[in-house]
Design a protein. Structure first.
Length: 438
């Protein structure tokens, strides 16, 4: 797909200067950040986020907008290098090599950082909605330390003092975990007393949020803020210029220019209206998933469920072993926890295979989806020592999902991981948490 984008721009099949976007590149971006958002919200403390329809609609619109502007920024940067200093079109291979740093930034370095931060902001957005819904029981929020192995100093001004403020405090409009790239701080609901105002850092002394991360994603329902470097100012917005000039035909089917007015916030842009395109894309994705689901050999795989809505499915290997052991007071058995996770992943459009086991119940990951193997650990009644053992055992898989229903368990899990992580530093970006309720 990336090679195709280069050819489209070089051959001027896509003209960024006229507001055009490489369609497949846009779709790939949008799918990537949809995935990041689904992952982040699934590991949040909010068990009801899927029911928050209006919030999710606005949040998804911000993903649409970000993906469009990101795709246009990439295409424009590439197109700007097509001609040499004398105004002559460069040979394709010379141009491709000259733009390697642009390609690397957009498709590797920046993409990874933006993806990781999108996961964190989606989790924080869903958490925030949960905090607001439960502020009568937990009226304050405490800024908790980063889970990073190499913490930065900026936010220490907040978590170092155990900053605690009411959910409704305006402080959270300007400062919050996730307002620095890859920030892994988090908020914990509490009944503790607020931090005295005189101890709170003054605005001029407080750490400044990174550009594009200023907004509270749970309050604004947006993945990135309108100040993100990809977003234009009204005076330089190519789509607004085209719309005002009556050039709807030049907008490539991505935008609806009829009666458009700039709201001054790209995340609320009236031009971006690509739901029809997304619907068709989703239909193709679901059809492809259904063909794969139907192709499983029933002598080796048990077909459990396929979602016509998301394209997600579960298939069980006939050699997969579901544990029927249940801890004292637990709601689920080990096998029941795996099945529960599988059904939740279907809702996210994940195509989940429950893997064959070796007959010993050890040494084999539980499931596979998104091209990775995963272990499922049910930790509702596990103490820190047991969670550390689970974490160690999960090294046989690429990633691990911790399943729990008690919100306070998240603190214990994070502590256990932080203490065990030194043995497995590469594991840091592979933790996933699934809060559930039955």
């Amino acid at each position: 797909m990336l090679a195709e984008v280069l050819e489209e721009i070089y051959n001027e099949k896509v003209k960024p200067a006229e507001g055009e976007i490489p369609r497949k590149y846009y779709e790939a971006n949008r799918e990537k950040f949809e995935e990041a958002t689904a992952q982040g919200m699934a590991q949040s403390q909010n068990p009801n986020i899927a029911d928050d329809k209006e919030f999710l609609k606005k949040y998804r619109h911000s993903i649409d907008v970000f993906s469009a502007f990101r795709s246009h920024a990439y295409a424009k940067r590439l197109a700007d290098e097509l001609y040499d200093s004398e105004g002559k079109l460069r040979p394709f291979e010379e141009w491709r090599k000259a733009t390697e740093s642009i390609q690397s930034h957009f498709n590797k370095n920046w993409l990874q950082t933006e993806y990781n931060t999108a996961v964190l902001r989606a989790e924080q957005a869903a958490d925030w909605r949960h905090f607001e819904d439960n502020k009568e029981d937990f009226p304050c929020l405490k800024w908790m330390p980063t889970s990073s192995a190499t913490p930065r100093e900026q936010h220490k001004a907040f978590w170092g003092m155990g900053l605690t403020l009411p959910v409704d405090d305006k402080f959270w409009d300007k400062h919050h975990p996730g307002d620095l790239w890859n920030c892994k701080c988090y908020l914990e609901p509490t009944t503790a007393e607020p931090t005295p105002k005189k101890r709170i850092p003054k605005e001029k002394d407080a750490p400044k949020p990174a550009k594009g991360l200023e907004s509270n994603p749970g309050k604004k329902a947006e993945m990135y803020s309108r100040n993100h470097p990809y977003y234009p100012q009204p005076a330089t917005c190519i789509w607004l210029k085209l719309a005002k000039g009556g050039a709807e035909a030049m907008l490539g089917g991505f935008f609806n220019a009829e009666g458009v007015k700039c709201p001054g916030d790209c995340n609320k842009c009236e031009i971006s209206d690509i739901s029809e395109l997304n619907t068709e894309r989703m239909k193709k994705k679901i059809k492809k998933a259904k063909n794969i689901y139907d192709s499983y050999d029933e002598s080796e795989w048990e077909k459990i469920e396929f979602s016509e809505k998301t394209g997600g499915y579960n298939v069980y290997s006939v050699r997969h072993q579901f544990s029927d052991v249940k801890a004292d007071g637990a709601t689920l058995t080990g096998g029941g926890a795996e099945k529960f996770v599988g059904k939740e992943l279907i809702k996210l459009g994940k195509q989940v295979k429950f893997l064959p086991e070796n007959g010993k119940g050890k040494g084999v990951p539980d499931i596979r989806f998104d091209g990775k193997t995963w272990d499922v650990k049910y930790v509702d009644f596990a103490n820190e020592g047991t969670i550390r053992k689970y974490y160690s055992d999960a090294q046989k898989a690429d990633c691990v999902i911790f399943l729990f229903s008690d919100p306070s368990k998240l603190v214990i899990i994070r502590t256990a991981i932080a203490r065990e992580r030194g043995k497995y530093k590469k594991r840091e970006e592979k933790m996933n948490f699934l809060k559930y309720s039955l």
